[in-house]
Write a protein that binds this ligand. Structure first.
Ligand code: SF4
Length: 300
């Protein structure tokens, strides 16, 4: 197979490119507004707990930011900036400087960072943790050897009538000219017996690359910066078709839930971190009140 070349008019995807499709028109007659898109996080949210999915994705109830998520965003920004530089400029010092700039910006302008109310030693620990993740990245690979063609790349495609989308942290070419997707993870690496559970997003990325760029990636790798663990998956025709079937089944379940306004709670370990316990019948709450009148679905 010849090396991958970018199709016209995509061109060079660095530093940030949005590749998308027009929004599909969804059916009318839903008791609740259908979500306009599905992403890896929405698919797993619906599978984890349909009611929490409703609160978050459809009702858009506010959720307090978590320190881990805000820290992850800052580290991703630093690595994004790192790859905007030419190879010789991708140094550890440059990445730490980019992280410092991301912090300064967050402290002045980011409402989520402000909500964390970090001060004194707590803020220092938070910042040290983020720097440790950046150092961890440099222990895992040499960024001067990477050939990126897309950073923070938003890809969208239509699948069985639903728009699916995902943001790829880094898309690159390997020595053979094949596509490689890299996803930075700032949380803990899963135990080996749970690795398969993290591959839903991997196959999602493979599907999006194939749909939008006409080529399935040779490799999708998850870099767990805190643990120095890399999990590599090799997408296949079978795994991508399996992803299509699973996403199609989830979308049909979402449609049925929206049509009947039937989103059931699924109590489990994730409840400990759920921001919606006060609205959840499993915790004595009332999920019924709507913040708005039900309407026909919108396509955007
Ligand atoms: S508390 Fe648990 S069961 Fe209730 S909405 Fe949240 S995740 Fe679902």
């Amino acid at each position: 197979m010849p090396p991958f070349s970018l199709p016209d008019p995509v061109g060079l995807l660095l530093p940030v490119v949005r590749v998308g499709v027009p929004p599909p028109v969804y059916p009318a007659g839903m008791a609740r507004v259908l979500p306009s898109t599905l992403s890896p996080s929405k698919v797993s949210a619906f599978k984890d707990c349909a009611l929490a999915f409703r609160f978050s994705v459809i009702d858009r109830l506010p959720e307090p930011p978590s320190p881990a998520a805000v820290k992850g965003t800052l580290v991703h920004r630093a690595l994004e900036q790192l790859y905007c530089a030419a190879p010789e400029g991708r140094t550890r010092a440059a990445a730490l400087a980019a992280l410092g700039a991301a912090f300064d910006h967050a402290r002045r302008h980011d409402g989520e960072y402000a909500q964390l109310a970090l001060q004194g030693e707590a803020e220092e620990r938070f910042r040290d943790d983020a720097e440790r993740l950046v150092h961890g990245y440099f222990e895992m690979e040499d960024p001067t050897t990477i050939r990126p063609i897309g950073i923070e790349l938003l890809l969208e495609a239509e699948l069985d009538g639903v728009r699916v989308r995902g943001i790829i942290d880094r898309l690159e070419l390997d020595a053979q000219g094949e596509l490689v997707v890299t996803d930075y993870k700032t949380g803990r690496a899963p135990a080996p017996r749970h690795e398969q559970g993290r591959f839903g997003g991997v196959h999602f990325y493979a599907f999006l690359c194939e749909a939008m760029l006409g080529r399935r990636p040779a490799r999708v790798q998850l870099l767990y910066l805190g643990d120095g663990v890399t999990i590599v998956a090799t997408p296949s025709e079978q795994s991508v078709r399996g992803l299509e079937r699973r996403v199609g089944a989830v979308w049909q379940a979402v449609e049925r839930a929206c049509a009947a306004d039937d989103f059931r709670p699924h109590p489990g370990p994730l409840c400990d971190w759920c921001a919606f316990q006060a609205h959840c019948p499993a915790y004595g709450g009332d999920p019924a009140p709507l913040p708005y009148a039900p309407t026909v679905t919108a396509g955007v």
